[in-house]
Ligand binder design. Structure first.
Ligand code: DP6
Length: 326
């Protein structure tokens, strides 16, 4: 008799980014990456394998998904069935605790939670590092969401060597992110499609891999030193180099909206006035501001010249995965 297993995973924001696969089948990245797991945004997923079902049933935020919409999840369940010998179809219920339509890195928390709940429901007892490898097969950024605090995903060279591990957890110093939640105004290029295009067409791609590898060593050091200025400076430069790849792809694309540039300018302006804050962006228009909690008031006041108070969400370092039985 299969049990219902519930897992909760928090999202993470990369400070040294993953932006390109060297093996799309195994989801091996071109370079390692480092992230911070956040407390405010998470996914809760329950999985139960059920002998009476003929198809996997996936519900997302209370809505039943069509087989076409659930395809990526079904493919991932197939991988769990293949690893565990489980033959039944599953009932999957997943809920994203992120502000409506914020588009904040939900595949990271989503596949981390699905890997944890699905593998346990199928009878597998995986270590955290094995869970990280499994989550990787769903979405690269999910590899890191198994762990809390600062996390490094080692690129590796095969399935066994490509996994994440904690760099620092708990985070006992003052660092946080303020998410500036912006409206997407155009049809997004998915991460998967965007990163593949830059690998194939950007002449700058080799330089990205070189500099990202250098950033990893420097970021590890900055985190160990609890040095906000260094963490922020490295993260900001790394993010803009990632976005420069998109501008140099053929055809070019980008994730910026006018509001994105407004938020970036506001951060630069605050910094020019002595406030220690930095920005990073992923595959969408939202800007994440890296700062100390002591500067929350001055930063949110400045940002509220352009954005509503409810577009500014304060997120602190968050925990790793938790798994319970219903
Ligand atoms: C910009 O993990 O969403 O957020 O592996 O194709 O599912 P797939 O991509 P995904 O890409 C995340 C890219 C990023 C940077 C990062 O999180 O490292």
């Amino acid at each position: 008799m299969s049990k219902t297993i519930i897992a909760k995973a928090h999202t993470n924001i990369a400070l040294v980014k993953y932006w390109g696969k060297k093996d799309p089948q195994l989801m091996l990245p071109q370079n390692g990456s480092i992230s911070l797991t956040l407390d405010h945004f998470y996914t809760e997923t329950s999985v139960k394998f059920e002998p009476t079902l003929t198809h996997d049933q996936v519900t997302f935020n209370g809505q039943r998904l069509t087989a076409a919409k659930a395809q990526r999840i079904i493919t991932f369940l197939d991988l769990i069935r293949q690893k565990s010998g489980e033959t039944n179809r599953a009932i999957v219920e997943t809920r994203n605790h992120v502000p409506t339509s914020a588009g904040l890195a939900s595949s990271a928390s989503g596949f981390a939670a699905l890997a944890a709940a699905g593998s346990r429901a199928a009878g597998l007892e995986l270590s955290r590092s094995e869970l990280s490898r499994l989550a990787r097969r769903g979405s690269g950024s999910a590899t890191r969401s198994i762990f809390g605090g600062f996390v490094e995903w080692h690129a590796g060279h095969d399935d066994a060597s490509s996994f994440a591990e904690p760099l620092q957890d708990p985070v006992d110093w003052d660092i946080q992110m303020i998410a500036v939640v912006l409206q997407a105004s155009k049809k997004p290029v998915s991460s998967t499609v965007g990163m593949q295009r830059v690998v194939e067409t950007s002449p700058y791609y080799p330089a990205w891999v070189d500099t990202a590898n250098q950033d990893l060593g420097a970021m590890r050091q900055a985190i160990a030193n609890k040095d906000l200025t260094q963490v922020g400076t490295l993260a900001e430069t790394n993010a803009m180099r990632m976005h420069a790849l998109n501008l140099s792809a053929k055809p070019a694309f980008n994730y910026f909206t006018a509001d994105t540039l407004t938020a970036i300018n506001a951060v630069q302006n605050l910094r020019a006035h002595g406030i220690n804050c930095y920005y990073t962006l992923d595959a969408g228009p939202n800007v994440k501001i890296i700062c100390a909690s002591t500067d929350t008031a001055v930063i949110t006041t400045a940002l509220q010249q352009y954005f509503a108070a409810d577009q500014l969400i304060i997120a602190k370092p968050g925990p790793g995965i938790s798994i319970t039985e219903a």
